[in-house]
Design a protein around this ligand. Structure first.
Ligand code: TRP
Length: 463
């Protein structure tokens, strides 16, 4: 056990897992998905999915990891169900795919910090020029991957834990300050209305799918990241309450990121919220709208606040990229008995190369920037990679709960959850988890996966 590394205590695990969950998904992706999804109705579905469907999946992943003390593939072998290790294989593939494009965007964020810190305050006015400058964003992506590799090579407790302890609270504090500022701006209320007052006519198959995909992505579920982190967790820790905390922290941070962004959008557009529905607004929201507001603070203060914000965003992304790289690395270390440092170097290099098309997908190459035909129109490589990965997470999530409930058997899951949780067997939460993993999650995830898949990739709308 010691040779694999372990978290020094429960707080270490919680912070690392929450660090994995909280990232670009909350601050960059969530607001623009809400925008594209039409606002508050999307937010409502997202919250419902997080607590009803995702929380039980999270508990299950962590339990499988802690029970077996193995990586995402080894865990299934170790339980005696080798046939089911396809879930882990799929997860590792998915993690590699996610990290390949995630690293590109994390590089953008880190680049923003750097540019603003050295005085290039107006970087956001030329966002398109910036993302199509391959040498520049390529260099930032290299640096970001090196940071990630550095922390993963140090192992779970040395690197990830210590980082998360300082930086997560700082980020939350800063977002709160920005929410406070945003709410004082003219037209802020229009933004809040869009964000919090649901318009039920906005609910379509693609919003339902978007909310579900976002919930899985944001909570880092469905690919064994939490099996891997759970494998470093000690037997005396309470899985259920840890998972509850992680879910609340992740959802809470996404929620306040929305409170920060939408008033700013309303402010920038004189109260007109239609901008967030155009796909143009998507990825640019955090990289154009938000810095635009920093500019109103004036060059000195604005550049300082901007640089600091993007520094913290980069750290949030880093605790997520670390968890993404940890999944394939822990597999290679456990099963191929490779030295951790060698494994990290090789896997990081491979993922960086796979990420090259995503790097070219925002202006640098016409081909990668828009020639992929999808039902909603043509799209770029990065968006396609992200959509495919998200969809795979749902698939993985379905199989993880179904496996736990019917193959491994739920009695074994409950037994694992009861370790470190006195009174689990008599608790209401046990009844909820039991019902959720036996019926609600498998049934709804199967149905929704099929609907989402047909809708996203073939434009077929069964609802
Ligand atoms: N949840 C992270 C975010 O919101 C991204 C992430 C990290 C992730 N590890 C993951 C997503 C594992 C899915 C699976 O930014």
């Amino acid at each position: 056990m010691a040779a694999r590394g372990a978290f020094s205590n429960r707080l270490g695990f919680i912070l690392a897992a929450a660090g994995s969950a909280v990232g670009l998904g909350n601050i960059w992706k969530f607001p623009f998905e809400v925008g594209l999804g039409g606002g508050a109705a999307f937010v409502g579905m997202y919250l419902l999915f997080c607590f009803l469907l995702c929380f039980p999946v999270m508990v299950t992943e962590v339990a499988i990891g802690r029970k077996t003390q193995k990586n995402a593939i080894g865990a299934f072998n170790s339980l005696g169900f080798k046939k089911w290790n396809f879930i882990g294989k799929l997860g590792i593939f998915c993690g590699i795919l996610i990290l390949s494009f995630y690293n590109v965007i994390a590089g953008w964020a880190f680049g923003y910090f750097f540019e603003m810190a050295v005085g290039n305050f107006s970087i956001s006015q030329n966002f398109g020029v910036y993302t199509s400058n391959v040498l520049k964003v390529g260099a930032y992506a290299v640096v970001f991957m090196l940071f990630t590799a550095f922390f993963v090579s140090k192992g779970v407790s040395g690197g990830i834990e210590r980082l998360a302890k300082i930086l997560m609270p700082s980020l939350i504090f800063m977002i709160f300050c920005l929410v406070g500022y945003a709410l004082t701006l003219p037209n802020a209320f229009e933004g809040i209305k869009f964000y919090l007052v649901p318009d039920l006519s906005e609910i379509t198959m693609s919003t339902v799918g978007g909310a579900l995909r976002q919930a899985f992505f944001s909570l880092s579920l469905g690919m064994g990241a939490l099996i891997t982190y759970g494998s470093y967790l000690s037997k005396s820790d309470n899985i259920v309450s840890s998972a509850a905390f992680i879910t609340l922290a992740d959802v809470g941070i996404a929620f306040i990121a929305g409170l920060m962004i939408f008033p700013l959008v309303a402010f920038n557009n004189g109260g007109d919220m239609s901008l967030v529905q155009s796909s143009q607004a998507g990825p640019a929201l955090i990289f154009v709208t938000l810095p635009g507001v920093f500019e109103t603070l004036g060059a000195g203060l604005g550049a300082f606040v901007g640089a600091f914000f993007f520094l913290l965003l980069s750290f949030a992304a880093l605790t997520s990229t670390v968890s993404l790289l940890e999944v394939p690395v822990s597999y290679v270390v456990d099963e191929w008995k490779l030295d951790r440092k060698v494994a990290v170097g090789a896997v990081a290099l491979l993922i960086f190369i796979i990420g090259l098309p995503s790097m070219l997908a925002n202006g640098a190459s016409g081909f990668f920037s828009g020639s992929f035909t999808m039902p909603g129109g043509s799209t770029d490589f990065l968006s396609l990679a992200a959509l495919s990965a998200d969809t795979l997470l749902l698939f993985g999530g379905f199989f993880i709960v179904t496996f736990a409930a019917y193959v491994w058997k739920k009695e074994n899951l409950h037994e694992e959850l009861a370790e470190g949780f006195d009174g689990y067997h008599a608790s209401f939460v046990k009844t909820f988890i039991d019902f959720a993993i036996s019926y609600v999650c498998p049934v709804l995830l199967a149905i929704l996966f099929v609907l989402v898949f047909l809708n996203n990739f073939f434009g077929i709308n069964l609802l």
